[in-house]
Design a binder for this molecule. Structure first.
Ligand SMILES: NC(=O)c1ccc[n+]([C@@H]2O[C@H](COP(=O)([O-])OP(=O)(O)OC[C@H]3O[C@@H](n4cnc5c(N)ncnc54)[C@H](O)[C@@H]3O)[C@@H](O)[C@H]2O)c1
Ligand SMILES: O=C(O)CC[C@@H](O)C(=O)O
Length: 387
């Protein structure tokens, strides 16, 4: 039985994909697999039972990736599975920041008992007039799964779009409309754009990336949309730029005591991925990744171990080894197998930074002494008999 613990609510259409070999009611302490959305895992212990964590979503800043790698816990995410939901939220908030639909709706709510509301409407509405987004310039920082969808959608809404992503993948580049102006200096976006939306992960290198220097370059009345993570924008200084009018509106999906009380901030309670479709997509992708890892040892969409795939095991046994990416580990593993007269029928190995992963298909079941011997090799982190 494989024990699964959900730290957050995971859509049932995903959980339903687990067979009877999985117990989805496990405690965290006993879990072999953890499914998580935004719950912070940095202060949680990683038990020896744990082999995988699947983040049903994109951002993994709530998971201690390095400690997990060091403990042989493979962390997965679900790239692109909630991108359309966030794209739609960005478009909606761009419109809300341009047309005072929220203020107008509040006015109706405040005047709902006025018998003459139809007449008063025509007088009141001028207070809520706005501007159109068509013809305006949008800067998209980060052209991954979400950024590229936002950029393309904005083009079809008649905006002029600037995109910035120094690590743009070939796949993202191929999906991007040719009308998006790809800039190599992000300052061009700060100087030129009326709307700026950020879609990069929260990393040490991206924290505070939209700060004083960026605000100083912007035009008066710029709208900033942050549906990525609060730490990307320097929220200690943005209040001053909202007051001065340099920034007209700061849309954030990550309210905190500072922004929730900030005039000019339009805050939402982390709703970017909260569509039924995105929740289903993320849950299904996460469970499929976990099942392929548990049942076949294959790794797809990990954020701390390399991709590695040997398909479905057709030999007597398969062993998976998480290890350090250092010389001689693989030769020691293969000689341990040879010494025990176990033949390696096929093998896959891949590395990612300091860590590596090997899958070995064997002609017979290795006995426990071989597994103990593999686990004791210097540089080996975790050994798992998959089949
Ligand atoms: N509000 C929500 O509910 C919600 C939902 C999904 C994702 N997110 C956040 O949005 C982020 C992006 O999601 P995604 O699915 O597009 O991820 P992604 O990995 O597909 O794209 C991220 C892109 O950012 C680029 N990038 C990295 N550093 C950069 C930098 N310094 N400057 C410019 N570009 C840089 C990468 O090259 C990549 O193309 C996630 O990391 C997460 O924090 C929020
Ligand atoms: O799970 C969620 O609701 C939010 C997910 C989002 O922040 C992400 O990074 O994918």
């Amino acid at each position: 039985m494989v024990n699964v613990h959900c730290l957050n609510n995971i859509a049932s259409c995903g959980l339903d994909l687990f067979t009877a070999d999985y117990n989805t009611e496990s405690s965290y302490e006993d879990a072999n697999v953890v499914l998580v959305r935004s719950a912070k895992m940095h202060d949680l212990d990683l038990s020896n039972n744990l082999v995988a964590i699947a983040r049903a979503g994109a951002g993994v800043n709530n998971i201690p990736l390095e400690s997990c790698a060091e403990a042989g816990v493979v962390v997965f995410n679900t790239p692109g599975a909630n991108a359309n939901a966030v794209k739609e939220q960005v478009l909606a908030t761009m419109l809300l920041a341009s047309r005072d639909l929220i203020g107008g709706n509040k006015w109706v709510e405040d005047n709902k008992d006025d018998a003459d509301i139809a007449k008063s409407t025509e007088k009141a509405k001028k207070a809520f007039a706005g501007r159109e987004i068509a013809g305006k310039k949008l800067g998209v920082i980060g052209l991954g799964a979400i950024g590229q969808l936002v950029a393309n959608a904005a083009i079809s809404l008649g905006m002029e779009v600037y995109g910035y992503d120094p690590y743009l993948s070939v796949a993202a580049a191929l999906n991007l409309s040719r009308e998006v102006k790809h800039v190599i200096d992000v300052n061009e976006i700060y100087k030129e754009c009326n709307y700026i939306t950020v879609h990069v992960p929260a990393l040490d290198s991206t924290k505070g990336m939209i700060g004083k220097e960026a605000f100083e370059l912007m035009q008066d009345g710029t709208v900033i949309i942050n549906c990525a993570r609060d730490v990307l924008v320097d929220e200690d200084v943005i209040g001053d730029y909202l007051k001065s009018g340099r920034v007209k509106c700061y849309v954030t999906d990550f309210p905190n005591p500072k922004t929730a009380n900030m005039e000019g901030a339009l805050c939402f309670p982390h709703l970017g991925a909260s569509s039924a479709e995105a929740e289903d997509n993320c849950a299904i992708m996460a469970v499929n990744e976990v099942r392929d890892f548990i049942e076949n040892g294959n790794i797809k969409n990990s954020v701390n171990y390399p991709a590695c795939n040997l398909g479905v095991c057709a030999t007597e046994s398969r062993v998976a080894v998480c290890h350090k990416n250092v010389p001689a580990v693989i030769s020691k593993i293969t000689s341990a197998m040879g010494g025990a007269n176990v033949n390696i029928e096929s093998m896959a190995n891949a590395s990612r930074g300091e860590y590596a992963y090997s899958l070995l298909d064997l002609d017979k079941q290795p006995d426990t002494s071989i597994i103990t011997e593999l686990a004791s090799i210097d540089g080996v982190i975790k050994v798992r008999v998959v089949k």
